[in-house]
Write a protein that binds this ligand. Structure first.
Ligand code: HEC
Length: 144
């Protein structure tokens, strides 16, 4: 009886660990999905496909800023695989560089937010901050 209770608890605990690890993967993928959606809106505005709206432009940059602050907190050692992650092993091998990219990105985003006043200034600053995507993905994502 005792033994089976213990086994049941162990299983429960293990289940919790697996859930926690895939939660981290789901959380960070959702953050990047948000960044992807914000980028679509920003690109449409920059190209003039939708009317420029200063509030919306700042919202795009705010989504980036939140991602830059928080995304790198969701890479515990036990989340290297699973949950359809495309995170590359390089993240855990070069943690300082991974982290520094977000700090630099955050700095550029703050500057972009300060400089964005109208369509023209948004185009310039948005172009600047969305250049970070491909560089980081090349270094820290596996190709799927
Ligand atoms: C400093 C690094 C870094 C920057 C900058 C960055 N990304 Fe990512 N991105 C990642 C990593 C790492 C993943 C993989 C996350 C995972 O699957 O666990 C990812 C995943 C994604 C995904 C896939 C989400 C999914 O469905 O799983 C999208 C879309 C995305 N990024 C868009 C963007 C866009 C657009 C930008 C620029 C505006 C950007 N990212 C900037 C590191 C970055």
């Amino acid at each position: 009886m005792r033994r089976s209770l213990l086994a049941a608890f162990t299983l429960l605990a293990l289940g919790g660990v697996v859930a926690a690890q895939s939660d981290q993967i789901a959380t960070r993928r959702n953050i990047m999905k948000g960044v992807g959606a914000a980028t679509r809106t920003g690109t449409q505005m920059a190209k003039g496909d939708i009317p420029f709206d200063l509030g919306k432009a700042q919202e795009v940059l705010k989504t980036y800023a939140t991602a830059a602050d928080d995304f790198h907190n969701h890479f515990p050692e036990n989340s290297k695989t699973g949950g359809d992650t495309t995170a590359a092993p390089a993240i855990w091998e070069n943690q300082a560089e991974f982290r520094a990219r977000f700090d630099n990105w955050a700095k550029d985003i703050r500057q972009a937010s300060d400089q964005t006043k109208d369509l023209e200034s948004f185009r310039a600053s948005f172009g600047n901050v969305s250049r970070a995507c491909a560089g980081c993905h090349q270094a820290f994502r596996v190709k799927t």
